[in-house]
Ligand binder design. Structure first.
Ligand SMILES: [Zn+2]
Length: 714
């Protein structure tokens, strides 16, 4: 164990974040009182649901690498986006016509929230829902377009019926077409609601709306447009209309009672292996991660007058935390610039002129450090300090800035659990993996709950035993442990890993919460490097794709496991949040929106039918229904995600590869709004997600068993 000290340099984000530690925790995040506009203080960072002014504003955000938490949704023709942003960024958006509608979660160091979850009582709440009033009707003019209802589904959750529709107009290029859906229930109640236009990558897709509450089962639906178009009258279909077998008496579940850190997860894996020796192997994945480590760094000088960023070549924990750096005036005339390192102090003696005045610039000092101490230090001119005179400064103390005091500072071995009676490749394989993105704390709860359900019930429930006879299950609960440690201890919105590939001014520690590689953009199929949309070459972007395909240990581990076990035929990549169920293609090229190849008709049918079964199983736990509009290919229902893992598993290894985004929006009957749950909801919500999505993974195992049983004998 290493005792770590707090980062102390001025003007860093860590200091700014410390100012928000006294804010109420994420559990208090509440929908806005419409009378009070939502603002953040300038340096504060939060996850905020924002109603954008128009598509152009969204496009600008995407182009500038905004941290979009999920796909922006149309509501009454306007666009809702969930963004991780600072108070200054929110103020700028607001000035451009956007409105914040919900603070989903605020930035914090994560540790308090984790502690709260550990202490949390396991009380569960179930939302009571009631019906709001129906919408308004609009009048049609002379018909110049034709409407096609592409989807119309209804369902009931928590006693409330919902209706969702997707309608396409033939007037695809007219951005002003308004489409209204009219519905009628079995007992004759009628109503209507407007749809919003949905464009993606500049191309019209269809009109749709979020699920609308209706008083009871809708039996008729039609659409009209402002151009006079009228659709056929159709009967909405029940969604998902699939239910898993009922759980037998005595079925064991609920093995999750708090959020789990990487250390907790390691201990859980060990315990499961010991407790269920006959059914479990633990697989150490081949590529160790960097570990929870950073280079030690300090500002030499002052960013407001002229500074050089000096960092250690080795990590802070490798003896470099506490090393000092200073500039000195030699006190004599005509001295050259010199660099010396002794007794853990790096001393730069500045050059002087004939009058004895120091004359070295920031650039000269940085260059001298790099030339004279290349194995030990690297220096860059602070952004904005280029060419400035270097002041006499220091000593400044180098530090890695990491705040986790109980995290081992060494490379991490990522582990997989292998569950089954026959773990020899003779049975069809299923792979479930989670927490590629560090901040998605609920996701390992899902995979670990799933694993323990299979193991515990194998001893008592013949149906579970039979599944473990027929299926070989692989689980990687936590793909990205270093990022997860950073999320728990330093910056809760951390998405990427901890490897810093930045060079030059981007290495300034003020960017410390923006470093790292997006693991789920670092794979080889449909990647940023192949010209696909949704990855970035900017090392500070939330979707930074790395220096090359599979440049990272974390992504290489997932593929290594899948390649080593050719019996794996199904995979589920568990993310949060938003309530999505998706499959390939997951990426397209910007020019012409050309996706990776579509699955065949047969495979598409397997994807959709299996999805309905799995959505049905998720629903069983607490009535959560993953919307039909969010069930489908990634590129269609979420966004293009260049170089994601599911695409590599499917296109390269022939695995039916899905993605969950757990954490469905919750319906608030008081405001008639769907509310986002965020990455680290109050523990009760995360617990609910773990239970319902673990049920979905059990159904995936049944899907795999049924698939294998239907194959002709070899
Ligand atoms: Zn994710």
């Amino acid at each position: 164990m290493i005792v770590r000290r707090r980062w102390t340099a001025a003007a860093t984000t860590a200091i700014l974040f410390s100012a928000v530690l006294s804010h109420p925790g994420p559990g208090s995040a509440a929908p806005a009182d419409p009378a009070t506009p939502i603002t953040l203080s300038t340096g504060e960072t939060a996850l905020v649901r924002v109603q954008l002014r128009d598509q152009a504003q969204l496009d600008r955000l995407v182009a500038t690498g905004a941290d979009l938490a999920n796909r922006p949704r149309a509501r009454d023709g306007r666009i809702l986006a969930d963004l991780v942003l600072t108070g200054a960024q929110l103020a700028e958006l607001t000035a451009q016509g956007a409105t914040a509608v919900q603070v989903v979660q605020r930035a914090e160091d994560g540790s308090q929230h984790y502690a709260d979850s550990v202490r949390a009582a396991q009380a569960r709440t179930a939302a009571g829902l009631r019906a709001p009033a129906a919408g308004q009707r609009t009048t049609a003019a002379a018909a110049v377009d034709t409407l096609q209802v592409q989807q119309a589904y209804w369902w009931t959750t928590g006693g409330q019926a919902f209706l969702q529709a997707q309608v396409a107009t033939t007037a695809t290029d007219d951005p002003d077409v308004e489409i209204t859906v009219n519905w009628r229930t079995a007992d004759g109640v009628t109503g209507s609601f407007p749809l919003g236009r949905f464009e993606d990558s500049g191309e019209y897709q269809y009109h749709y709306a979020l699920p609308q509450p209706v008083p009871s089962r809708p039996v008729q639906l039609s659409a009209t447009s402002s151009l006079g178009g009228v659709s056929r009258v159709i009967t909405p279909t029940l969604w998902p209309n699939a239910a898993p077998p009922p759980l037998p008496a005595g079925y064991q579940k609920d093995f999750i009672d708090a959020y789990l850190t990487p250390t907790d997860i390691q201990a859980r894996i060990k315990r499961l292996a010991r407790q269920y020796r006959d059914l479990v192997d633990v697989i150490d994945l081949p590529n160790k991660t960097q570990g929870y480590r950073r280079n030690a760094v300090a500002y030499l000088g002052d960013p407001t007058v002229g500074a050089v960023v000096v960092e250690s070549v080795r990590f802070g924990d490798q003896g470099m935390n506490g090393v000092q750096v200073r500039t000195v005036d030699p006190g004599r005339r005509n001295r050259p610039l010199t660099v010396g390192y002794r007794d853990r102090v790096l001393t730069v003696s500045l050059a002087t002129d004939t009058a004895g005045k120091t004359v070295s610039t920031t650039d000269e000092v940085a260059a001298a450090i790099n030339a004279r101490q290349p194995g030990r230090f690297q220096a860059t001119v602070e952004d904005g300090s280029a060419g400035l005179p270097m002041p006499v400064a220091g000593p400044a103390r180098l530090d890695d800035g990491l705040q986790g005091t109980e995290v081992p500072a060494r490379p991490w071995t990522v582990q997989a659990l292998r569950l089954g009676v026959h773990r020899d490749g003779s049975r069809v394989g299923v792979l479930a993996y989670s927490q590629e993105h560090a901040r998605e704390w609920a996701t390992p709860l899902v995979t670990l709950e799933f694993a323990e359900r299979m193991l515990a019930n194998a001893r008592t429930d013949p149906a579970t035993r039979e599944l473990l006879e027929q299926v070989d299950i692989f689980v990687i609960p936590m793909v990205n442990p270093d990022g997860a440690n950073y999320s728990f201890n330093d910056f809760n919105f951390q998405r990427k890993n901890l490897v810093n590939h930045c060079t030059g001014p981007a290495r300034d520690p003020k960017n410390r919460t923006s470093w790292g590689v997006d693991i789920n953009r670092n794979y080889t199929v449909g990647s940023y490097f192949d010209g696909y949309v949704g990855g970035s070459a900017n090392c500070l972007s939330g979707t930074y794709s790395g220096t090359a395909e599979l440049s990272e240990a974390e992504s290489s581990n997932v593929i290594a496991l899948a390649q080593a076990h050719s019996n794996i035929k199904f995979a589920m990549n568990v993310h949060s949040y938003g309530g999505y169920f998706m499959w390939p293609p997951g990426a397209y090229r910007a020019d012409g929106r050309i996706t990776l190849p579509r699955p065949s008709i047969d495979e598409s049918t397997l994807f959709l039918n299996s999805a309905r079964r799995i959505v049905g199983a998720i629903t069983q736990e607490r009535g959560t229904v993953t919307w039909p509009s969010q069930t489908g290919p990634v590129a269609d229902v979420l966004y293009s995600a260049a170089g994601n893992s599911a695409d590599q598993l499917y296109y390269e290894l022939g695995i039916f590869a899905w993605d969950f985004e757990v954490g469905n929006d919750r319906w608030n009957p008081a405001t008639s709004e769907w509310e986002a749950v965020g990455f680290q909801p109050p523990f009760d919500e995360a617990h609910g997600e773990s239970q319902e999505y673990a049920g979905g993974l059990v159904e995936l195992v049944r899907v795999a068993r049924d698939y294998a049983a239907a194959q002709p004998a070899p």
